[in-house]
Design a protein around this ligand. Structure first.
Ligand code: CA
Length: 231
């Protein structure tokens, strides 16, 4: 097990390093966000323990960069900022878990182990339609060479469409499945959510739009192109 620790408080880093070495984790430690990110992108780690308040580049930015690179490595956020909004920002940026300071190193070790077990089992969690793949555990989606982590709603919507490629889902069905809304509230939340997914998969709009796997059926709804029929 090789862990990357990005933490600028040396006292905390020391006690984490000690705890990790006692259970046989090999750990590389960096104190700066930018340096830590560079290490994270080498792909040689099994998990990352990341502080939020860091010199240079803060933890959220480090995490966003890791996820934008397409990496689904388990990341635990470690921070003194324990309130809900920070936690939510962390999860939105792609964190797998969160531990507020002060903490017991035993708990951190237990969480790291549990995340790595989940991560190892995730090969079976992959949903693939043509060039589009979706990881049910990390919510990481990839189209062609671009990968991104979806929000919970974006994920639920895309997974719903991908489970039955070629089937046209009406806005009403999508509203019911993703938002649990039974009536037609005359909103465009479905279209807005689809636009967000499109933007995440094709942020610079450079790729061939005709090949885009989500198809809009005018006045009806959406479908995922059925590869065997459409190619
Ligand atoms: Ca710090």
């Amino acid at each position: 097990m090789k862990i990357l620790l990005i933490e600028d408080e040396l006292k905390i880093a020391d006690f984490v390093l000690q705890g990790f070495s006692q259970v046989g984790f090999e750990t590389d430690h960096f104190t700066q966000g930018t340096v830590g990110l560079k290490a994270a992108l080498t792909g040689e780690y099994d998990a990352i323990v990341l502080d939020l308040m860091l010199p240079g580049m803060d933890g959220i930015e480090v995490l966003s960069n890791i996820r934008q690179s397409g990496s689904a490595i388990p990341v635990i956020i470690l921070t003194a900022k324990g309130d809900l909004s920070d936690r939510l920002i962390g999860f939105e940026a792609g964190a797998n878990d969160y531990l507020p300071k002060p903490f017991y190193v035993e708990e951190l070790i237990a969480r790291v182990k549990s995340l790595m077990i989940t991560h190892k089992g995730q090969e079976n969690s992959l949903l693939v339609v043509g060039q589009l793949s979706l990881d049910r555990i990390t919510r990481r989606v990839q189209w062609l060479d671009h990968a991104m982590v979806l929000s919970q709603r974006e994920f639920t919507l895309l997974e719903y469409l991908m489970r039955t490629p070629g089937h046209i889902f009406t806005r009403k069905q999508i509203l019911k499945h993703v938002w649990a809304i039974e009536f037609d509230p005359q909103t465009n939340v479905v279209d807005v959510c689809i636009q967000r997914i499109k933007k995440k998969l094709n942020p610079t709009n450079q790729k061939n739009v005709a090949e885009f796997p989500i198809e809009s059926i005018r006045g009806v709804g959406y479908k995922i192109k059925n590869v065997s029929h459409d190619l």
